[in-house]
Design a protein around this ligand. Structure first.
Ligand code: ZN
Length: 58
């Protein structure tokens, strides 16, 4: 059985709702549903999704 993926926003420290995305993979860009920051998925390991803030440079 596949473990549910979880990710914590590095900016606001809330858990990001990954159910919005039908599939997630490394290198994919997601958005925090709490603070709206753009994040890139760096690594997925045993259900834990590691993200990094994408600097869009505004
Ligand atoms: Zn956030």
């Amino acid at each position: 059985m596949q473990k549910e993926n979880t990710a914590i926003c590095p900016e606001c420290k809330n858990q990001i709702n990954l159910l919005r995305y039908p599939s997630i993979k490394e290198g994919m860009v997601i958005e925090c549903n709490h603070c709206g920051i753009t994040l890139i998925i760096k690594k997925i390991d045993a259900g834990t999704v590691y993200t990094e803030i994408v600097d869009e440079g505004k």
